[in-house]
Design a protein. Sequence first.
Length: 368
Amino acid sequence: MQRTLSCCAILFAAVLTLSGCGQEKKTAAPRQPLPVTTVTVQSKDEVHWLETIGQAEAGAAINVTPQAGGRILRVNYKEGDFVEAGQVLFEIDPSSLAAQLASAEAARRQLEDELRQADREYRRNAELLKSGAGSQKDFDDAKSLRSQKQSALAQAKANEEDARINLSWTQVRAPVQGFVSKALFNPGAIVIKDSSVLASITQKDDIRVLFAPSDRDLAGADITNETRVRVFRTDGKEVPASLDYIAQTYGADTGTRTLRVKVPSDAGILPGEFVRIRYQTTVDRNAWRVPQRAVKQLPDGTYALFDLKDGKAIQTAVEVGLWEGRDWIIRKGLADGEKVIIDQLIKLQNGTPVTERAPGAQAAKAKN
């Protein structure tokens, strides 16, 4: 019995020894560095932009009104077309005015015939009077009739010319060069002479675009006529633009400040159209740009990120500026050439051993 207990004690001691050896080996295992992705930072001047919507306003607009009334037959343009002065925009049914011209032409021809007859009578009576075979009264009557027919023919010619002009007015032409608006009357509509406004033409001047940022948007911004602005059409194409008007005060009711941008007349922007505007507000000098995910906010409200230094993640306090797209602008706390860790932040503490992924692996990680 004693021998058996001795054997058990020896066996138990051996098990404890082996167990202790295993635990010692496990504790001694070295900690593997955490693979991380980094970006190398370089300072530069960071320009900050804000984006808003603006509306184009018309320049000097000229109304298109018909000088002849009637039914519209055709509209010869599309909204927004650039038209030349004298270009036919609308065609009005000429039937009535064409009939008036034909009647005036017939009246003129009739009076020409009558005047020729009256002139022959005048000449005949003048010869008779000269030869003593005619009377003074007949001569005076023939002379008066000829004078009446001359006056009547002159009036008939004037009426014919008026009728011809009226007929020409059934082709409604652009009074000036410029961009033409939507037709306010469609084919079939009846328009009134000198009254109906058929369309309007914005003369080929620079287009103005108005927008009104708030006082909050412009806080700290130094807006001048040299402030950079970018204007984008609805199709996304950028057009040349410059700031040409800055209201000196904010609206009491709206808290906004009106700004106006000038764009070329051939930029393809129509009056009343809404466009996208980006405008410069402030510039951070010698700042750094890092992905937003690289920056964390600490419990005390300050911000920090992790630098890779000597194989370790070193937490560094930074002063952040504005967001730009997917990046933070860092104003203070970094130095050119430092490597900022942009992933695994949830696993990092100050001093955590890390290793930088190979460039190919970094690109794949960043893409994912």
